[in-house]
Structures are given as structure tokens and as C-alpha cells.
Design a protein around this ligand. Sequence first.
Ligand SMILES: [Ca+2]
Length: 398
Amino acid sequence: MKRILLLLGLIFTFSACGENQKSEEKAEVEEQTETSDQDSNPVPDKQPEAVSPDREYEHEVVIGDMSIPWGFDFLPDGSILVTEKGGDIYHFKDGEKVAISGAPEIYNQGQGGLLDIALHPDFETNNWVYITYSSQEGEGEGGNTALMRAKLENNQLTNREDLYKGETNSTRGQHFGSRIVFDGEGHLFFTIGDRGNRDVNPQDITRDGGKVYRLDLDGSVPSDNPFVGEENAKEAIYSYGHRNPQGMIFNEETGEVWVNEHGPKGGDEINVVKAGKNYGWPVVTYGENYDGTTITEERTGPEFQNPLTYWVPSIAPSGFEKVTSDKYPELKGNLLVGSLKFQYLEHLAMENGKVTKREKLLEGLGRMRDVQQGPDGFIYVAAEGTGIVKMLPLEETE
Ligand SMILES: [Ca+2]
């Protein structure tokens, strides 16, 4: 609608000009308008089928004996920090798994628990570690997603700072989010899912839930966040209309934050996160209710940002990585997404914004929770019931 109004307005403005000039300028305006908004936000194509790769990747279990390894990150020395959803944090170094003290108290309910963990970009000089988890702090029964940071020293978390807490609490066990990424420009992004309250939370910027958030690294709200100054807005919100993003990357090539998120039955999505944009849930979706009934017939609308791609059927995506290392030439530049539902690591090749290939890697290791490229360039995945697994390049297993 905005486009049409803009076009009409411009035609009206030009109507004072001579007839020939008017039609010329009208054509020019139409051309410009057509290459604007919707072209940078095309309706995605249906994906190709996921197939098994020509050659299976071998793997090596790096950290075993884990239940639900939810998130992990690498220390400067290449050792690994990993969360167990049940509430523990471990540091794995030189073959030894050591428990970290000072983990936050969690609201262990449904999909909630101890969630993501990420080192400050300057961890080497400041020792800050960021953690998301479900917390009972604040008003109301139940819990909601919280973000904290603390200093990691001698296997202890100290100097704890609580940076954000989603409101209000809910006893529902669904959709806490969450992932943490940094944009290299002094901001941190994290996510909170709709908390199973889809008709209330995702479309309302005065409420938490169903959002991607952007903060400065000390937890303050950046003054250029899109809803700063709007009445009653949660000013940490960067984008809204999300369902449950559990995978997030900072795409260095494009300078953008990308998320993957769980849809309902069918309709998982990858979204390019843009300031102030609405990603549609639950007004538009490619999915339906789990019992097969319709949520909405609408898949897209001018006020909504379309996903880059969507999955039908759902794979239940968790974890997200873009391969930038040279260890796996056949994967370089492509995306990796964990599948909880089908228990494999999905490889997506893309060209010109379209998915050209989908492959099922590392099948059968368990529900894939997280995927990270290590500082050594190798791909590591967190698989439930297995632990942290290193994917071996094909050339090393010939
Ligand atoms: Ca959407």
C-alpha cells in the first residue's frame, strides 16, 4: 500500500509538468519504485529437497557424556565453554571437563533452562562472558529469558551483572529463544521467543517475546535502536514478529545479523534481521497449527519482511553458522543449521538469495542444538545425548 501511495503522490506532484515530460517522469518513477522495497524483500521460493551428501563426513567426539549441550563458545586458547540446559557450565581443556561455578539459577521448565553462552569480543583483555537463561526474577509466576554477563576467572564466574530480563513471567514451557551474537561494532544481539503466547507478544513492541534485541556490550540501550522514544516501547527491541529464533549469526560478508527460527508445523524460517522490521508472526506464516488446522491463509504482506527461505516440513532449526574457513572447500560460504527434529546438520548452499542445495550431514548423532566454526577453522556441533563433535574434513578422511 505504501508503494502505491508513494507512486500516486509522485504522479500528482509531476502533474504540473508538461504532458510529455509527465509521462516520461511517471515511467521513471514506476521503474524506481519497482526496484525499491519488495525487490530487496522477495517472496522466497520453495526449497529443494534435502539429500544425503555424496560422501559422509567422519566425526570425532571432543566432549562426551553430555545430556543437552545447548550453547558453546571457544576461549582464546581453543578450549571450549559449554552449557548444559539443566544448569551446568563446563570448561573443556586438554581432555578434561571442569565445572564452572557461579552459573545463574535457572527456571528449568520445558524449553527453558541454561541457554546460550558467548565470549565478549575482547575477552582476552576483560574476561567477560555473556549467558542467556530462563529466570524467575521479576513479577509473576513462572519465568522468562534473561541475559547476564560475568567475569570468567579460574573456572569461576564473578562480578555478575544482570543486563536484561524479559517480562512478564509465564509458566508456559515454550519459546524462550535464544542466541547471542556480536556485530563487531559494539553491539550484542539476543533473542526471546514468543513464550507460547503468539496472539499477544510478537506483534506488540511494548511487550517482550517474539523479538530480536540489540544492546551495547554493557547492557545499555543504543540511542539509535529503532523504537527508542516510542511510547511504552521496549527500547531494546531491534526487530519483531518472530516466533522462536534459536540460531543466529553475524554475517560478516553482508554486515547483517541473520536468524533461523522455529515455525509452527511447516514454516521454519531464515530471516535477515533489519532495524524496526516486522517478520510477521503470527499474521503471516508458511506453517499451520500442529493439529493441521489453519493459522492464517496469508504468507506475505507489504508491511512484513519475508524470510530468506522457509522449511516445509519443519526441521526444527537450532544453531546457525556460516562456513568461512578453508577446511571444507565444498562448504565454504554456505550455511549450516542444526535440525532437532531430524537429527542432522543441514548444509544450505545459496546463490543470489536462493537455496540451491540442501544436504543432511552427520546424520544420527542426536538432536542438533548448536553449530560453531572454531578458531581452528573446524566445524563443531552440539548434539543431544552425544556432546560436542568435531566434523572432519573430507580430505583428512580419505
Ligand atoms: Ca515470518
